[in-house]
Design a protein around this ligand. Structure first.
Ligand SMILES: [Zn+2]
Length: 368
């Protein structure tokens, strides 16, 4: 692995992080954008930015009710909670029809994330959403492979893997079917996850699916979204019944001392997301950034991620680290610890992890 591009990145122009007048300290912004980090929690489908959405819709000859990017943003702004967000997300992803669409969406994401210091991507994707719209698994995996090949050839030191997500609000049988049908492409997968609305029978109904995935050598993670009904029980379920190694979001771990102790004991990584929906939601950033800081201070291996950067104001991981820092009063050391946590909990080899931790130390020592 070579790290020649790390310091170059620190000197490169930044991606704008403007949002509602937020302005980061320029010195800290330069530091954060160049800090190597792993992105462990983002959804391919949620990386679609309004402009890319319109390009793909036009290419596919689809007549959409949005005349320009601002109209698409307006649709994104209509989401205010998890169900309304997912409804919008499923509508917009409807323009994806061909492998080339997935290639273009992901390549756009990789370039932008790379400009903010991301050197490892573990990308979620939802095959069921695409199968339901008539795409084949082969087309989905082909698109992902095309984007990965193009990005890894273009962007020094970047490595990419995939997490195949099952939809929590669909039957476990459907998840099992996808797991089996995807066998020809299992070598492209790091692991499996669960996303979409957090329904009542989650997570127990997926016990057999997860046991099967594990038997195929796949790693295990699952969403436990923030402040959902029965959230503490769901966290215990994904740990004890499903046996996950990471939890996506997982911020309510802070609410239960016993759960917190178990997460630490097992070394479960949490992929925190401070990002907001497009719509302003007073207090939400304060709550999320505060919980991330609380978990970090409690010694949990938590890191910051972007989830659905295209559909949530175009905020990427560097932008979010800066906002969380400003909101919750994090120190520079906190940001470095989270960057290290992102590699510690990434599904990479021990050697790769050691190399990245050393690269971070080198970056911090040399940063002027
Ligand atoms: Zn997510």
């Amino acid at each position: 692995m070579k790290f020649s591009s790390l310091l170059m990145c620190a000197l490169a122009p930044f991606v704008s992080s403007s949002m509602s007048g937020f302005e980061a300290d320029p010195e800290l912004e330069r530091f954060v954008m160049g800090l190597p980090k792993a992105e462990l929690h983002l959804h391919m489908e949620g990386t679609v930015e309004p402009e890319v959405f319109l390009e793909i819709a036009a290419r596919n000859g689809m007549d959409m009710p949005y005349k320009d990017a601002e109209a698409v943003k307006e649709r994104m702004r209509s989401a205010y909670d998890l169900p309304s967000f997912i409804e919008m997300y499923e509508e917009l992803i409807g323009v994806v029809r061909h492998p080339e669409d997935i290639r273009d969406i992901t390549l756009h994401y990789y370039r932008k994330a790379y400009s903010q210091g991301v050197r490892r991507v573990e990308m979620y994707f939802d095959p069921q959403l695409h199968l339901e719209r008539g795409m084949t698994l082969e087309e989905v995996f082909t698109g992902l492979a095309m984007g990965k090949a193009a990005a890894e050839a273009e962007l020094d030191d970047l490595t990419i893997g995939f997490i195949m997500a099952f939809l929590r609000d669909r039957p476990a049988e459907a998840a099992m079917q996808v797991l089996e049908d995807a066998k020809p492409w299992h070598s492209m997968l790091l692991g499996v996850g669960l996303d979409n609305p957090e329904v009542e029978d989650f997570p127990t109904k997926f016990k057999e699916v997860y046991a099967r995935a594990k038997s195929y050598g796949l790693r295990l993670t699952s969403h436990c979204d923030v402040q959902q009904k029965n959230t503490i029980a769901h966290h215990w379920g994904v740990i004890k019944v499903l046996g996950v190694e990471r939890i996506d979001h997982g911020l309510n771990v802070l609410d239960d001392p016993e759960l917190l102790a178990e997460v630490k004991k097992r070394g479960i990584g949490l992929t925190g997301v401070p990002s907001l929906f497009y719509r302003e939601m007073p207090g939400r950033m304060e709550y999320r950034a505060g919980a991330i800081k609380g978990l970090l201070d409690a010694g949990v291996e938590i890191s910051i991620h972007s989830d659905d950067p295209g559909m949530k104001r175009g905020l990427y991981v560097g932008d979010l680290m800066l906002r969380a820092q400003a909101t919750a009063g994090m120190t520079r050391e906190d940001l470095v610890t989270m960057a290290k946590n992102s590699f510690r909990t990434a599904w990479i080899t021990d050697e790769e992890c050691s190399n990245w931790l050393a690269a971070i130390d080198g970056y911090v020592a040399k940063f002027e």
